[in-house]
Write a protein that binds this ligand. Structure first.
Ligand code: HEM
Length: 530
């Protein structure tokens, strides 16, 4: 049973509420009968609604942790407008399952490793919950809103885009983008007279540019990539949990939708260009090319053999033909899923290793060794396999500062999550990742940043706690790409750049903006390394 301080007050508060409700109702009837004035009636109805709202909350809460009463109707709405990390932590520490109710939404938070994993792995009871605005931005027909078999089947068609072989094809494009941004970073510092400035916005732009290069290759002009990177803030802001539900002009969702429409339109044009290039036998340079190539191969196979053709000639997976807008919507989900998380990881990575010069030196040494001393040698997957220390640095960054703290799901039906508690249908259910990644049993001294735990320690064996990319049917499809991208980026940067972090009292503090960032936005200065 979930034991917590509030479970004791639960039965008595229901009784009190019920008694009050009965009193109010009989009061209401007699007032009406006596021809009471309109204000008495309005007041009585209001009071009844308050009591019903409390009663509903208390009965949904049951035995799990959470405030004994909610602030009438809105609950902790104001807190959720500007969420604070220490408030999240307090919630996680309050019990393995805890709750809040904001307006009509009842939210259950699963904090422990096992409870979080139980939610992630319960597709019969839960499905990912996206804020209303996401349907409008990504379009309702988007694959990310599929559930069950339909979702599994669609995802199978995308898996081929993230194989080792495919990921190797995207590496040259990634390195091209790093190079350009390294130059830009040095330029920024020069323009600021060597002074450290907040680099979080520049890392966001870099990550957006790398993503666009990997997802849609060179089909997008550079100015468009810059525009997407700049405007992407609007999408992040539009998708915050608390936002105005209707798209009114000049609201955050309005700006977000405008940006999403622009990206979708651009990606649709890219799909048309990629189809022409791939049909003409062009080389695969990005995820879009790889996907369209798979479509062409599947189409040719079907034309030649029908569906039940020769097994030996059959492609690994037969996929259907997708329209340009369908391709655009799917590629947009990759950008959507990666942009904030990758920007967060990148910002912490540069900050954390600037503060630990020994770590940076080891990353540089490894990267130079792997390239035989030639820092301009293009990367291959075999080289990436040899980056034992660089991988450990990236994994430790993701453990220490996991970009995605919690993943919202929704209960499709009543979900008996423990012997004593059933999550009511329609509730938002939120497995947390942070507590598992800071669990001292799995990762001793969890508040210490220690890449060596992945080499000489047993961090690699704690796979049950590794929830950085979720788990279950919706686990992150881009996790291998995301990790390799961070490794390739920091490896290259370590050889070509020197950077200094200007530490402030807020550098280690966590700011929440969809994902997490240092509160001071990471003040850095860059110089070229000879
Ligand atoms: C450091 C970077 C990243 C982090 C921390 C991250 C984390 C996550 C998490 C926690 C989930 C939810 C998993 C679940 O519900 O079990 C997720 C889903 C997803 N991620 Fe990532 N992600 C990252 C980068 C990327 C990238 C680069 C891509 C695309 C190439 C991507 C594509 C997706 C997609 C499409 C989903 C939804 C999958 C589905 O519903 O089937 N992510 N990610």
């Amino acid at each position: 049973m979930e034991v917590n301080a509030t479970s004791v007050s639960f039965p008595s508060s229901i009784v009190t509420a019920a008694v009050m409700a009965t009193d109010v109702m009989s009061g209401l009837v007699s007032q009406i009968v006596a021809g009471a004035n309109i204000w008495t009636v309005v007041w009585t109805i209001f009071l009844s609604a308050v009591i019903y709202d409390q009663y509903r909350y208390i009965s949904q809460k049951g035995s799990i942790a959470g405030p004994p009463f909610k602030l009438p109707f809105m609950g902790p709405f104001l807190q959720s407008v500007d969420p604070q990390f220490h408030e999240y932590q307090a919630k996680w520490n309050s019990g393995s399952l805890s709750c809040v109710s904001v307006f009509h939404k009842f939210v259950v938070i699963a904090s422990t490793r096992d409870m979080a994993r139980k939610i992630f792995n319960a597709p019969a009871f839960v499905k990912p919950c996206v804020v209303d605005a996401a349907h409008k931005l990504l379009r309702p027909a988007n694959w990310v809103f599929l559930d069950g078999r339909a979702h599994v089947d669609y995802r199978k068609g995308l898996n081929g885009l993230f194989t080792r072989q495919a990921l190797e094809l995207y590496l040259p494009g990634q390195e091209e983008v790093y190079e350009k941004y390294f130059e830009a970073f040095v330029g920024i510092t020069k323009r600021n007279g060597g002074k450290a400035v907040p680099f979080m916005p520049n890392f966001r732009e870099l990550m957006c540019a790398v993503s666009c290069r990997t997802f849609v290759g060179n089909y997008l002009p550079e100015e468009t990539v810059k525009k997407i990177a700049n405007d992407y803030y609007h999408i992040t802001a539009a998708l915050e949990l608390v936002n105005f539900p209707v798209i009114l002009p000049f609201t955050r969702t309005w700006y977000g939708k405008k940006c999403a429409d622009m990206v979708l339109e651009e990606f649709t044009e890219c799909a048309a260009k990629s189809k022409i290039r791939m049909r003409a036998g062009g080389k695969i340079e990005c995820i879009m090319d790889a996907w369209i190539k798979n479509m062409i191969v599947s189409e040719e196979y079907r034309k030649k053999h029908g569906i039940e053709g020769l097994q030996e000639e059959k492609p690994d997976i037969l996929i259907r033909w997708f329209s340009d807008i369908e391709i655009s919507m799917t590629i947009f989900t990759f950008l959507f899923a990666s942009q904030d998380a990758s920007s967060s990881a990148c910002t912490w990575l540069f900050q954390l290793i600037a503060d630990r010069p020994g770590v940076l030196d080891k990353v540089r040494e490894e990267n130079l060794n792997i390239r035989g001393g030639d820092r301009n040698k293009p990367l291959t997957m075999d080289m990436m396999d040899k980056m034992i220390y660089t991988r450990a640095v990236v994994k430790e960054t993701l453990r220490y500062r996991p970009p995605v703290l919690m993943v919202p799901y929704v209960a499709k039906k009543d979900f008996p999550v423990t012997e004593h508690y059933t999550i009511p249908k329609g509730s938002m259910v939120v497995p947390a990742t942070y507590p598992s990644l800071h669990d001292p049993e799995a990762y001793p001294n969890p508040e210490t940043y220690d890449p060596d735990r992945w080499i000489t320690g047993d961090a690699e064996q704690q796979s049950k706690n590794w929830l950085v990319f979720g788990t279950g049917p919706h686990y992150c499809i881009g996790q291998t790409y995301a990790t390799l991208n961070l490794m390739a980026l920091v490896g290259n940067a370590s050889m070509k750049l020197k950077w200094k972090h200007h530490i402030t009292p807020r550098s280690e503090e966590i700011k929440i903006f969809a994902t997490i960032f240092p509160k001071d936005n990471c003040l850095l200065s860059f110089e070229e390394r000879d």
